[in-house]
Write a protein of this length. Structure first.
Length: 225
């Protein structure tokens, strides 16, 4: 079956964007996908149950910065930072963000980033499906070691219904060509629940420490309890 195992197919946005303007348009449309598919709702609910007032938060692979802007709307006093390995992503996120939002964007490798003190919370969205299984296990261990109060991963659920349905939605919405093509690849690269359970076990994180939860529409999210 086509989705029995994770796909290893590369996403074109990572390799084929030829200039900043093209990449920026792609990120902008991905942020629109996130609105339509309620991408950030699970993370915001998780955060609301744990955070109040002044806290620090790092968004890994922050892309267009839309998750951080959503967090800012809910938590006006939070100290927010986004990091991304792609310098075009940082440039696009900075361009899209009002300086009054007080969000810091850093170009760099999150695993090499050494802040003066641990962030209270670390989140990531639509990132882990880009990694190999071993890289995800290592990422889970890194999160466990570096988040002072908790971490949350939001990502896709590998399932036939979104795999069939997303290309139709993307065409109807006239989203960027890479969004239309990569969206289906992303779903095929994503995880099912049993795979997340196995990755948590590989990372040495118990069911008492972290959960795996399904959210509409076809999201699998992982976070600390």
């Amino acid at each position: 079956m086509i989705l029995d195992r994770r796909s290893k197919q590369a996403e074109r946005m990572d390799t084929d964007c030829v200039d900043f303007n093209d990449y920026s348009r792609c990120l902008r449309d991905l942020s629109r996908v996130n609105v339509v598919t309620l991408t950030h709702r699970p993370m915001l609910s998780w955060l609301a149950a744990r955070a109040t007032g002044d806290f620090s938060l790092l968004d890994i692979a922050c892309g267009h910065g839309d998750a951080l802007r959503k967090i800012r709307q809910r938590f006006p006093q939070a100290r927010l930072t986004g990091i991304d390995l792609n310098p075009w992503a940082i440039r696009a996120a900075t361009d899209a963000t009002d300086p009054a939002n007080r969000i810091d964007f850093i170009h760099g490798d999150a695993f090499a980033y050494q802040p003066e003190r641990k962030f209270d919370f670390i989140v990531s969205s639509q990132f882990t499906h880009h990694l190999t299984d071993d890289q995800v296990a290592a990422f889970l261990r890194w999160l466990q070691d570096n988040a002072a109060r908790g971490w949350f991963i939001g990502d896709l659920h590998r399932h036939i219904l979104p795999w069939i349905g997303f290309p139709i939605l993307a065409r109807l919405a006239f989203w960027h060509r890479f969004v239309r093509q990569d969206g289906q690849i992303s779903i095929a690269r994503a995880f099912i629940r049993a795979e997340w359970d196995a990755l948590l076990e590989q990372a040495g994180i118990s069911a008492q420490q972290a959960f795996v939860a399904w959210y509409m529409p076809f999201r699998l999210c992982v976070g600390t309890r």
